[in-house]
Design a protein around this ligand. Structure first.
Ligand code: C2E
Ligand code: CA
Ligand code: CA
Length: 662
């Protein structure tokens, strides 16, 4: 997850919670304040209304008292009632003023006018009645206080007082209603403001969190991609392969389908890195990734496992050939030349295949078995496809065992040279021998080089092994017919050793072997991996008179330009061509063209794997110079060479007699 953005979101969230709390407090405080204010103003209005009503009633009471004292004064003419009447007059005025003061100005004014007028009329009539009474005209005085004018003024006062109270009441109610309205408005404003604040904060929070969620999702997606994908090719990586493979296996078990796991090892990637640099090497891998991806369906798997190793899992039909075909299709797709950075580059691939559910229903075990098949395929030859077979497991274990024993075996002289004759086709005479290593194992018996040479290469013992075998071969053969050449094999790995030429020359000196009798066989593939060092080694050996043969010609990837550039003395045609020639007559064309090539370069050609007289005759007819194979002799230990030579000599004489007769 994106750190700053998560932090930001957390801080925003914290601020927003705080702001929400403050906002909520503010709203509650406003509502409380409003309640208090409302209660107060409402209460005040009610108190005013009650006081005003009391005063209104009090005015009527005082008026009654005035009427009564005025009547008594008029009836009796007594001074004390007159005085009492006069004493009540200011109380009346005072009460009226109090009432007016309590009332709002408009009501006060209206009331003041009405009540003052009514009271004024009453007081005037009462005063007149009092003076009549004082003069003794009691009847007149009484009739004045009971007369219509007096009664109507009294009614007027009463009415004014009632109206006053009603007005005060109305006013108080109106005031309360206003207060209520104001309170409602305040409430609405507070709640509205609160809601607005919440809406704003919520928006802030959701946008910020939303952004964080997007960041988070992007980051997780990226992490997921990184965790699942090979950065260079975009194919799945090893971790993801195992998961996907498990699902594929589960589907196969459910549906009864078959699926093939194909492990591909890209050939010749290292020399490309060495020669053109890693950027080009990466470009090549990207190309390969694209080509692999193009061959698989959506529900199938393509992954890169390591520097130059890929894994592809595909569904296969019932045809037992299907997995092989799928692997070949992949190899063919990869082998199409590609242009990277202006260089035309050609790579190959070797494949190992394991099937699910047949070979395994466990992803790791399936991977291991495909790898076992791949190791087997690589041992046999580059560009090969091998399907896993039960005995391969045992073979791999065996290899581990051999590896642990090999070093001591070399020291103990268990690796010995066998000699196979090289025959001149024109004269049927032996011109030399190829030295082929054999392991005379104390308990396992004779082990062929195909089994232990790859082990020696892998464990870095191939140099020691070759020198041990070559030393023994030279010691055995340096006294043989000096016309006989001895050919030794050097492997691809040895051509990376810049001191190889010096080491071989030292061996020649040590054993007293003539350099011109030695021939070094180098395979085409060995040239590809480190051409610079190989060229240097070849040139150094050539300068000392050692001969060079290009071995297994036609099976590798070397271009014809190497053949023209490098000072080879011989081309050895791989035995697979001789075999096809034997099986299909038209394959002779291939051999013919290789022989033609040799002739045009001025180089002799030697056919390997000659097993029959027909092979020998065809090759002779084609124009091939030399031959080697079981037809003449199998590789033999040094002790058997003299007998073998005699036998071959006799055979040659026999054949030539036979040929002469024919
Ligand atoms: P190679 O250099 O191509 O050797 C020729 C192989 O063909 C030998 O197999 C030989 O026994 C076999 N061969 C000869 N005639 C016939 C034939 O008529 N028919 C058939 N089917 N095969 C025939 P070998 O001895 O098993 O050697 C296998 C490979 O092991 C050699 O292939 C060579 O690449 C390698 N090797 C053998 N000895 C050494 C060694 O001392 N050093 C190195 N670096 N490689 C060696
Ligand atoms: Ca050879
Ligand atoms: Ca060969």
């Amino acid at each position: 997850m994106n750190q700053p953005s998560a932090l930001q979101a957390a801080q925003t969230a914290k601020r927003i919670v705080l702001a929400s709390l403050l906002g909520a407090c503010a709203v509650i405080a406003t509502l409380l304040g409003e309640r208090v204010a409302f209660q107060r103003s409402y209460g005040e209005a009610m108190v005013h209304a009650r006081d005003a009503a009391d005063l209104g009633r009090k005015i009527l009471l005082i008026d009654e008292r005035l009427t009564l004292t005025a009547k008594l004064a008029a009836e009796t003419g007594e001074r004390r009632w007159q005085l009492r009447y006069e004493a009540n007059l200011p109380i009346m005025r005072q009460t009226i003023d109090q009432a007016i003061a309590l009332a709002p100005p408009s009501i006060g004014r209206r009331f003041n006018a009405a009540i003052t007028e009514a009271n004024g009329s009453l007081v005037r009539l009462e005063r007149e009645a009092l003076s009549l009474g004082a003069r003794g005209a009691r009847d007149e005085a009484r009739s004045m206080l009971e007369g219509d004018a007096y009664l109507s003024a009294k009614k007027q006062l009463e009415q004014a007082s009632r109206q006053f109270r009603a007005a005060i009441d109305d006013h108080a109610r109106a005031q309360a209603a206003t207060a209520q309205r104001e309170a409602n408005l305040l409430q609405t404003i507070a709640v509205g403001a609160g809601l607005l604040l919440f809406a704003f904060l919520w928006r802030r929070l959701t946008t910020d969190l939303g952004r964080t969620v997007v960041d988070y999702e992007q980051a997780t997606a990226q992490i997921e991609t990184l965790a699942n994908q090979d950065a260079l090719t975009g194919l799945l990586n090893r971790t993801r392969l195992a998961e996907e493979l498990e699902q594929m296996i589960a589907r196969c078990q459910r549906t009864g389908e078959q699926a093939a796991l194909i492990l591909l090892d890209i050939d010749r990637l290292r020399p490309i890195n060495d020669q053109y640099g890693h950027a080009v090497g990466d470009g090549v891998l990207k190309f390969i990734g694209q080509r692999i991806a193009a061959t698989v369906r959506n529900d199938e798997i393509a992954a890169r496992l390591g520097a130059d190793e890929f894994a592809i899992a595909v569904y296969c039909g019932d045809n037992p050939e299907a997995p092989m075909r799928a692997a070949r299709r992949l190899i063919n797709a990869i082998s199409v030349p590609m242009t990277v950075d202006g260089h035309i580059i050609e790579v190959g691939a070797t494949a190992g295949v394991a099937m699910t559910p047949t070979d395994s229903t466990d992803a790791n075990d399936l991977l291991r078995k495909a790898d076992v098949a791949l190791v087997r395929a690589k041992i046999e030859s580059r560009g090969n496809v091998r399907c896993f077979q039960g005995q391969m497991d045992a073979e791999i274990r065996e290899r581990g065992l051999l590896q642990s024993e090999l070093r001591q075996a070399i020291v103990d002289g268990q690796i010995v040279p066998y000699f196979q004759p090289l025959v001149d086709l024109a004269t049927d005479t032996v011109v030399g021998f190829e030295v082929l290593a054999r392991w005379l194992h104390p308990t396992r018996g004779l082990i062929p080089p195909d089994t232990f040479i790859p082990v020696a290469e892998e464990s870095g013992l191939i140099g020691e092994l070759t020198f041990a075998v070559t030393r023994a071969a030279l010691e055995h053969s340096h006294n043989w017919d000096q016309a006989l050449t001895i050919a030794i094999n050097v492997s691809q790995r040895q051509l990376h050793d810049p001191w190889l030429a010096e080491k071989i020359l030292a061996l020649l000196t040590e054993t007293g072997f003539q350099p011109h009798r030695l021939e070094v066989e180098i395979t085409e593939n060995a040239l590809v991996s480190d051409l610079g060092t190989a060229k240097y080694i070849i040139q150094s050996l050539r300068n000392q008179g050692v001969k060079l043969a290009l071995d297994d010609f036609g099976t590798g990837y070397s271009s014809l330009s190497h053949l023209a550039d490098l000072p080879f003395d011989k081309i050895k045609i791989d035995r697979s061509f001789i075999k096809t020639m034997r099986e299909q007559a038209q394959s002779a064309t291939i051999v013919r063209s290789i022989v033609g090539l040799g002739r045009s370069l001025g180089l002799p050609t030697l056919a390997e794997g000659v097993e029959t007289i027909e092979d020998a005759n065809t090759l002779r007819d084609i124009g091939c110079t030399m031959a080697q194979g079981y037809y003449y002799a199998r590789p033999q230990p040094a002790a058997d060479v003299p007998a073998m030579l005699r036998q071959l000599h006799d055979n040659a004489r026999g054949t030539s007699r036979h040929k002469r007769r024919a």
